[in-house]
Design a protein around this ligand. Structure first.
Ligand code: HEC
Length: 280
């Protein structure tokens, strides 16, 4: 077992212990867990529908002294909850490193990158603290949920699997339009006069409100709050209407395919980079 696994097991052991104490025994009256306003937080049934860290990977192999960490969750995160708390801490004894957060929707993850190089051969502990984190379905983390990963900067580089996240720079609308065209989106969305659907042009989406929610279809630099993403991510849990393209396309003889994860990632990066119209 790696230290990482031991920590997970330990966290779970205590979580289970805590919950069996709280839930398994009739006599003990559980202390209600309160939110910041002092109102009790409703918890889902044990071990179901909690927001949990599922994996922590780093690109320590390629960036030994300034590794980014991809912290993946089992559910989509509410972006403000992920960014406004001290969710990630990285420490080595009294040294602590601060870093930048980037939500990565296609991975249900936060990408965390230290601002400065870590100290060579120092042992660091990266801790993800659950308190305050929420999923888009409002699922909370278990009480006192923390997950830690310990590693030695640089030296242990080989032991971390590099994450599969290729970044593409300078994306512009033509790149995204090509994807939509190849996937057959315009079979339906290309005839707005006839069916009234959003034409999926740059001007009809960027900065424009969706017809189904108050969100913008594409909000500059903010994929998490861009309704387009909610409509095309296959397992995104909160949306009106159907996943796009709708499953019924084929039965109407319309050839349209869902975007692959790589394509979804390109759309997300395009929005994050500022949803530019042209390359210049
Ligand atoms: C078979 C026809 C069809 C195809 C193909 C199709 N759509 Fe749609 N789309 C619809 C319909 C109908 C709605 C409205 C009902 C709904 O959302 O389920 C819609 C709604 C949407 C919305 C919400 C618009 C708003 O204002 O809220 C977006 C975004 C969208 N589609 C994007 C796409 C993308 C991207 C593709 C290609 C991957 C695609 N659609 C392919 C029929 C289609």
């Amino acid at each position: 077992m790696t230290p990482q696994h031991t920590d997970i097991t330990r966290t779970w052991f205590f979580t289970l212990l805590l919950m069996s104490g709280v839930l398994g025994c009739g006599q003990i009256e559980a202390e209600p867990v309160l939110d910041r306003d002092g109102d009790p937080i409703e918890f889902p049934p044990p071990l179901e529908n909690w927001l949990l860290v599922s994996t922590v990977t780093s690109d320590a192999e390629t960036q030994p002294l300034r590794p980014s960490f991809l912290i993946q969750f089992n559910q989509y995160l509410q972006e403000d909850s992920a960014l406004s708390y001290g969710v990630v801490t990285l420490r080595s004894g009294a040294l602590s490193a601060s870093g930048s957060y980037t939500p990565i929707m296609v991975k249900k993850a936060i990408l965390w990158t230290p601002y400065r190089d870590l100290r060579d051969s120092f042992e660091y502990t990266l801790t993800v603290s659950g308190s305050g984190l929420r999923s888009v379905t409002e699922a909370p983390t278990p009480p006192d949920y923390n997950k830690s990963v310990t590693f030695i900067a640089a030296q242990e580089a080989q032991e971390h699997t590099a994450f599969e996240l290729k970044f593409t720079q300078d994306l512009a609308w033509p790149d995204i339009k090509d994807i939509f065209a190849q996937r057959g989106c315009y079979a339906c969305h290309g005839q707005p006069d006839w069916n009234g659907l959003n034409p999926l042009t740059y001007d009809a989406m960027v900065g424009q409100k969706s017809e189904q929610t108050d969100l913008q279809l594409v909000r500059f630099k903010d994929p998490t709050n861009s309704y387009l993403m909610h409509k095309i991510l296959p397992d995104y849990p909160v949306r009106r209407g159907t996943l796009q393209p709708p499953e019924w396309s084929a039965s109407r003889g319309i050839t349209s395919e869902a975007l692959t994860e790589d394509e979804l990632w390109l759309v997300e990066q395009w929005i994050r980079q500022g949803a530019r119209k042209t390359k210049e």
